[in-house]
Design a binder for this molecule. Structure first.
Ligand code: P6P
Length: 336
């Protein structure tokens, strides 16, 4: 008789809680609440074409980008869910200039803070392309009973307690790490549960996909231009030319590269002299997952997770993927 061995996200969190002898469930509660918020956002995204939730909300966010209605909805849902967990004392999100402290009596003693991009790639929503949520969890560094201090949100990526993303695609998946490997869960809409579907994810040690917005080619640094040509040259011994795959949604591009082997590149350019992607709530969480899956993430010269953030919305050049591929682009940048 066929047996259905279904492990839900909550089962998995509780099972893994035993890996942390001192754990009292606070951390598990945060992950559970992130899962709940993800289900709510997934539900809205899947009906975006029907409900009046498509299109710009008429606001401009702190990035100077027109906010999509779903950006605002996702921001409010994740903030509300993290607050209600009672284990998080504050959040930093892409949509808010400053940190949001939870001073409510049931949350002010929360052991953790969360940095989150509630809906990354949201400009793709109106054309039905997959988008994502990206999050990092850190310990608070201020004593309990007081509001979180801003430098708690500027810890280097090596201090992450956990990191993950949700990809709202052909199915909704949640992929996260707590520093003991990477696991993927697929939302079963009929159960309303995230079920373990990709246990112990490991990134291939090399790849044949490169993901970059080649429309910016003329603005790229010389080393990056030469690397792109390297990807396009014929050399069967190194499986080149590679395939170019670019969705324009970091979570989607990274998720494909994590599963199939490929490098994602977002270099600095005249348009984005510091790079476009944000260190705190995009690059660091994805870097943690990449490293835990055996990959690497760099700004072209430095390990992303060792960079001390200087500001909440700081941008950084970003190269993430299999170690061999990231080391190759670093070589091209070094020898520009
Ligand atoms: P471009 C989405 O706006 C985003 O922040 C990332 O998800 C994505 O990788 C990147 O920007 C795409 O930027 O300039 O290629 O459209």
């Amino acid at each position: 008789m066929k047996s259905y061995n279904i492990t839900t996200l909550d089962d998995f969190i509780i099972k893994r809680q035993k890996d942390y002898p001192t754990a009292k469930g606070e951390f598990s509660r945060i992950l559970h609440h992130i899962g709940t918020a993800a289900k709510m956002v997934s539900n809205k995204i899947n009906r975006a074409g029907l409900a009046d939730i498509l299109g710009a909300a008429g606001e401009i966010n702190i990035q100077g980008e027109s906010q999509q209605k779903l950006d605002i909805y996702a921001d409010e849902v994740f903030i509300g869910s993290l607050l209600s967990s009672g284990e998080c004392c504050g959040v930093a999100t892409e949509e808010n200039q400053n940190i949001i402290s939870f001073t409510h009596e049931f949350a002010i003693d929360g052991k953790y803070i969360v940095c989150i991009d509630p809906l990354d790639g949201s400009s793709n929503i109106d054309v039905n392309v997959s988008v994502g949520t990206i999050f990092s969890i850190y310990h608070r560094i201020s004593p309990k009973g007081k509001e979180p201090v801003s430098k708690a949100f500027l810890q280097s990526g090596t201090e992450q307690v956990a990191a993950g993303y949700i990809i709202y695609g052909s199915s909704t998946m949640m992929v996260y790490t707590t520093g003991k490997g990477v696991n993927g869960f697929t939302l079963d809409p009929s159960l309303g549960e995230f079920c373990l579907s990709h246990p112990e994810l490991v990134m291939p040690d090399d790849g044949t996909i490169y993901s970059i917005n080649e429309g910016n080619y003329i603005k790229f640094p010389e080393g990056v231009k030469r690397y792109i040509k390297y990807c396009q040259e014929r050399d069967v011994s190194t499986n080149r030319p590679y395939n170019s795959r670019y969705i324009g949604s970091l979570v989607s591009d990274f998720h494909r590269n994590l599963l199939k082997g490929g490098i994602f590149l977002y270099p600095e350019s005249e348009t984005y002299p510091e790079g476009k992607l944000r260190l705190v709530y995009e690059c660091n969480p994805i870097a943690f997952i990449a490293e835990q899956a055996g990959g690497k993430a760099s700004d072209g010269t430095r390990r992303i997770m060792e960079i001390e953030p200087e500001s909440l919305h700081q941008r950084i050049p970003y190269y993430v993927g299999p170690v061999k591929m990231v080391e190759k682009i670093e070589e091209f940048i070094r020898n520009k």
